[in-house]
Ligand binder design. Sequence first.
Ligand code: NAP
Ligand code: MG
Length: 416
Amino acid sequence: MNEKGQRLIAAMVNQMDKIKMTTPLVEMDGDEMTRVLWKMIKDELLLPFIDLNTEYYDLGLVHRNETDDQVTFDAAEATKKYGVAVKCATITPNAARMPEYNLKEMWKSPNGTIRAILDGTVFRAPIIVKGIDPYVKTWKKPICIARHAYGDVYKNVEIKVPGKGKCELVYTGEDGQEIRELVHEYDGPGIAQGIHNVNRSIESFARSCFNYALDTKQDVWFATKDTISKKYDHTFKDLFQEIFDAEYKDKFDKAGITYFYTLIDDAVARVIKSEGGYIWACKNYDGDVMSDMVATAFGSLAMMTSVLVSPDGVYEYEAAHGTVQRHYYKHLKGEETSTNSVATIFAWTGALRKRGELDHNQELAEFADKLEKATLRTIESGRMTKDLALITSLENVTVLNSEEFIRAIRAELETL
Ligand code: NAP
Ligand code: MG
């Protein structure tokens, strides 16, 4: 046999050894530095081991612009169809991006579009590794923040009150029914704000939290300011409790997990004194603020994973950080970068494990465990990117560039 034939057979044998996938994973590519990492991760850590079966959607801004953003909608629909997706960070265009990418329109945030289609809740959890110590010394396990992603102050209307007068809140029903409440009698200039939410969204938020809790075997904590907000926040509390009692109580008992409600101020105090290891369900604003606090207190935004879970059990995994634009511009100039790929790797492992679970493909799920283990071992052995080197408690650290770090994980993976 000639050399070409031998190479072909070697390639076929190699292909046969790889882990097979039955159902495709929806793969959404993205932008800038994370797009560069995306390819490196696939080439070094996935393709040599898995006969990767993905349905590929290019959500890079260039292609979103070319398709009038249709690709984002198609990717979200495919996620609904197959049940599991993995997404790279993407640019949400602002004014500066218009000339940079020669955009036809200031396209909306892909995450917002996907979230609206899947009607999901975003769960964010830190990746815990020896040598990157939480600032809060009692925290031993991850605290997973579930943020309600609809309404409240993010869909508000506001008035700058110019002077003396009254402000009212008026509801007019389709049947003509009217409810009217005085907000305030102004005796001078001031401000007013109207916010809203809808039961349907609060209910799917509750179900997503309870489903994810059962999935990950963690307790759920939920908190609002229901003592002050006796209708608005109290409705959140009531709907959570009703849904829990009617649909989840027995399942939670069986799984040995609990649902716990308290006031938001009490929750904050308890979180700080806790060991971690639970899901903290937050209203939209609380989740926005608390997720940054929890991420920072655990060490680094580059070590946060994020998963969007819909109430009917569709999962989309990604890193919590953005496209790391500053590093990308350095990369374009040919300069060395030290960008942390851990959260993007964990987006892949999360998706592969979930695909494995759903398809009863144990080999695939085990590969995800192995890749996570190899990643953590690499860091724990003192080899890491610059962002982690700056905050680690380990001594004798080797700072690696973006590519070297991924290669170090590959070497570790080969030993498992
Ligand atoms: P970013 O990409 O999260 O980066 C902000 C800074 O955090 C970086 O400059 C870097 O600090 C540090 N950092 C974040 N991730 C890192 C990593 N993996 N390794 C090392 N350092 C990391 O946020 P941004 O620069 O504000 O946003 C850039 C683009 O991302 C924007 O166009 C935004 O729309 C988009 N974005 C997308 C998503 C998403 O798709 N989910 C989320 C957020 C933002 P140093 O520069 O100090 O090294
Ligand atoms: Mg925020």
